[in-house]
Design a protein around this ligand. Structure first.
Ligand code: 5GP
Length: 190
C-alpha cells in the first residue's frame, strides 16, 4: 500500500438488500477497513458487541454526540446509529480504504463534511425480492418488516444523490463486491 490516504467509501442500501454479504467479500481484502458503528438498538441473535456494533444506551449515545465523537449520526426506525470519528480517521491516515455502512441521511451528511467521500448505493433487483429477503431472515417482527419496507422505498428515491448504484441480484454478491472495489480503486488512482 502506498502513503496516499485511503478512500472513504460510504455504502447505503435498504435493510435486506444484501449489503452485509457484499461487504464481507470486500473486507477480505486487507487494504479495506470497516468502521464499526455505535447503536442504541438491541442486538439481534448472533450479533456481538464490538464486532457488529457497539451496543450502547441512548444516554451514552447522546453524551458522545455532545462530545463530537461521531463523524455522523442519524435516527433510523426509532434507534440511533453513529460512526466513531477517531477510528475512521486513523484508518484513512494509514492508507486503508474505509467502508461506512450507513443509512442515507448519514451518508449525505458525510458527503457534506467530506466531499471526497465516494457514495455507493446497493439496491435490490426489485421490491418483491427485498420483501422476501427481509421476511426470510426471520429476525424482525411484522411491524418492523413493514417499517423497513416503507423506509426502503423512501431511501431508493435518494439514489440520484449517490456517485454509484450497484444492483445486488440473486447470487451476485461476489460480483457486486468486485464492482465496488474496482470503483474505489479507480477513484483512488484518479
Ligand atoms: P440495522 O439495524 O439493520 O443493523 O441498520 C439499520 C440501518 O442503519 C442500516 O441502513 C445501516 O446501514 C444503518 N447504519 C448502521 N450504522 C450506522 C451509522 O453509524 N450511521 C448511520 N447514519 N447509519 C448507520
Amino acid at each position: 500500500m502506498n502513503n496516499k490516504k485511503g478512500v472513504l467509501a460510504v455504502v447505503s442500501g435498504p435493510s435486506g438488500c444484501g449489503k452485509g454479504t457484499v461487504l464481507s467479500y470486500v473486507l477480505k481484502d486487507e487494504n479495506y477497513g470497516y468502521s464499526i458503528s455505535a447503536t442504541t438498538r438491541d442486538p439481534r441473535e448472533g450479533e456481538k458487541d464490538g464486532v457488529h456494533y457497539f451496543f450502547i444506551s441512548k444516554e451514552e449515545f447522546l453524551t458522545r454526540v455532545e462530545k463530537g465523537r461521531f463523524l455522523e449520526h442519524a435516527e433510523y426506525c426509532n434507534n440511533y446509529y453513529g460512526t466513531p470519528r477517531d477510528y475512521v480517521e486513523e484508518l484513512l491516515e494509514k492508507g486503508k480504504n474505509v467502508i461506512l455502512e450507513i443509512e442515507t441521511k448519514g451518508a449525505l451528511m458525510v458527503k457534506e463534511n467530506a466531499p471526497d467521500a465516494l457514495l455507493i448505493f446497493i439496491a435490490p433487483p426489485d421490491m418483491e425480492t427485498l420483501e422476501n429477503r427481509l421476511r426470510g431472515r426471520g429476525t424482525e417482527d411484522e411491524d418492523t418488516v413493514r417499517r423497513r419496507l416503507a423506509k426502503a422505498a423512501e431511501e431508493m428515491t435518494l439514489i440520484p444523490k449517490y456517485d454509484l448504484c450497484i444492483v445486488n441480484g440473486e447470487g451476485q454478491a461476489e460480483k457486486a463486491a468486485a464492482d465496488i472495489m474496482s470503483a474505489i480503486n479507480a477513484y483512488r488512482n484518479a
